[in-house]
Design a binder for this molecule. Structure first.
Ligand SMILES: [Zn+2]
Length: 361
C-alpha cells in the first residue's frame, strides 16, 4: 500500500524560515491538538497566520501534506527541552522532521492513522532511520507541556509501542521483507536494494479569495470553521460547495468582525476565522463535570459546561448556571461537529470527552 504525498509549501515567514536542516537524525511525532482541523486547514492557517511554530507535514484522512520542504527546518519542539539533545545530540528543530496527525471532527481516524504510519515508514526509508530508536513523541521530549500524539493514539486504543510496531511493519514492506536491525546507536544501514516508495506529487494549490461557485475540500474546511465559529449552515452543512448559504454566513461573520462585507474568503477573513477558532487553551483551566446534564438543570456544573463551551467558541449565552435553550443549542452545535455524537443537546460523558479534546492543546 502506497499513498500519495502532496507537496504544497507555505510561503516563507515566521513559520517557514527557509533555513536548511542538517542531517535528518530522527522524527518527532505530533498531533495537532485541534480536533476537526484538517491537513489543508492547518496548511492555510500556517500560511496566513505565520505563527512562530510549524511542522513539516500534516496528515489527515485525505492528504499527506508537506507544507515545509524536508530540506528545511520547521519549529515544532521548544529549543529549551533537553531530551532531544541527550538522545540524538541535537535540537529537534535542527535535525528532525515534525509530523502532525490531524484528527477529530469529520476526519476518519483509521484512514488518517494508516497514512501517518505509512509516512513515518517513508521517512525512515528515505533518511535511513530505525523506527525503534529514531521516532520520538513530542510528549516524550516536552512532558510538562505536551501529550501529543500519545494521548490521541491511546484514545483510539493504540499504545506508543503498537504505533512503532506498525511503522516497522510498514517499513518492512518498503524493504521487501528484510528484517530490521535491532535498535542500536550505530545500527548498520539497511540494504541498498530498498526501493524508494512510490509517491505522487499532486501539488494542489488553493488561490484566494474563495467565493460563491467554488467547491472542494478547502471549501469544506472553511464551512467547518464557520460552523465552529457559530455560523450555522442549516440547509447544506459543510458540503464542500460554496453556495448562497455559505456566502451569507461569511458575510455575517465579516459584519460581526468589522471586516469589509463582500462574502469573499480572502486572507483577512481566513485569518480572522482561524484566530477565532484556534485560540490555544489549557484544559485544566476548564474543569468539566462528569455527570449527565440537560435542559432544565441548574448549578455550578452547568456553569462549568457553559464556560468551556464559550472558550471553544460555542457561545452558550450568559454564564448563568442555567441549562436553557441557548446552552442546549450550543451543545447541539458542538455535537453536530462530530459524527460520533448524537445531536441531542444533552451533555454526557461522550460530549465531555470531545469538549476536553477541543480544549486540549
Ligand atoms: Zn506537538
Amino acid at each position: 500500500m502506497a499513498y500519495e504525498i502532496t507537496r504544497d509549501y507555505i510561503r516563507t515567514g515566521n513559520s517557514r524560515s527557509g533555513q536548511r536542516i542538517g542531517t535528518v537524525r530522527f522524527i518527532v511525532s505530533h498531533d495537532t491538538g485541534n480536533p476537526g482541523s484538517t491537513a489543508y486547514g492547518n496548511r492555510n492557517y500556517f500560511d496566513n497566520q505565520q505563527p512562530s511554530a510549524s511542522a513539516h507535514t500534516f496528515i489527515d484522512d485525505k492528504y499527506i501534506l508537506e507544507i515545509i520542504p524536508l530540506s528545511e527546518k520547521a519549529w515544532h519542539v521548544r529549543s529549551n527541552v533537553t531530551g532531544d539533545n541527550s538522545r540524538y545530540g541535537a535540537n529537534s528543530n535542527d535535525a528532525a522532521i515534525g509530523v502532525e496527525l490531524c484528527h477529530g471532527g469529520k476526519i476518519n481516524f483509521q484512514q488518517a492513522y494508516n497514512r501517518y504510519v505509512w509516512y513515518h515508514a517513508y521517512l525512515c526509508d528515505r533518511f535511513n532511520l530505525n523506527p525503534n530508536s529514531d521516532i520520538v513523541a513530542h510528549a516524550t521530549l516536552d512532558p510538562s507541556r505536551r501529550t501529543d500524539p500519545i494521548n490521541i493514539l491511546r484514545t483510539h486504543g493504540i499504545s506508543w509501542s503498537m504505533f512503532i510496531d506498525d511503522v516497522a511493519e510498514a517499513l518492512r514492506n518498503f524493504n521487501g521483507a528484510t528484517p530490521l536491525a535491532p535498535a542500536a546507536p550505530s545500527a548498520p544501514s539497511k540494504p541498498q536494494t530498498s526501493k524508494p516508495p512510490a509517491s505522487v506529487v499532486k501539488g494542489t494549490t488553493v488561490s484566494l479569495p474563495i467565493s460563491e461557485g467554488d467547491s472542494g475540500p478547502f471549501v469544506r474546511d472553511i464551512q467547518q470553521e464557520l460552523i465552529k465559529a457559530g455560523y450555522r449552515l442549516p440547509r447544506f452543512g459543510a458540503d464542500g460547495k460554496f453556495g448562497e448559504e455559505t456566502e451569507n454566513a461569511v458575510m455575517k461573520f465579516q459584519k460581526d468582525n468589522n471586516l469589509s462585507v463582500d462574502g469573499l474568503v480572502g486572507p483577512v477573513t481566513l485569518n480572522r476565522l482561524q484566530e477565532v477558532n484556534h485560540q490555544r487553551v489549557s484544559a485544566s483551566d476548564f474543569p468539566l463535570p462528569s455527570g449527565v446534564y440537560r435542559r432544565g438543570d441548574q448549578g455550578n456544573a452547568v456553569k462549568q459546561i457553559q464556560r468551556a463551551l464559550k472558550q471553544i467558541n460555542f457561545n452558550p449565552g450568559s454564564i448563568d448556571g442555567i441549562y436553557g435553550p441557548n446552552t442546549e443549542d450550543a451543545v447541539k452545535r458542538f455535537q453536530s461537529m462530530y459524527k460520533a455524537l448524537a445531536d441531542d443537546g444533552i451533555y454526557g460523558p461522550n460530549t465531555r470527552k470531545y469538549i476536553r479534546m477541543e480544549l486540549d492543546d
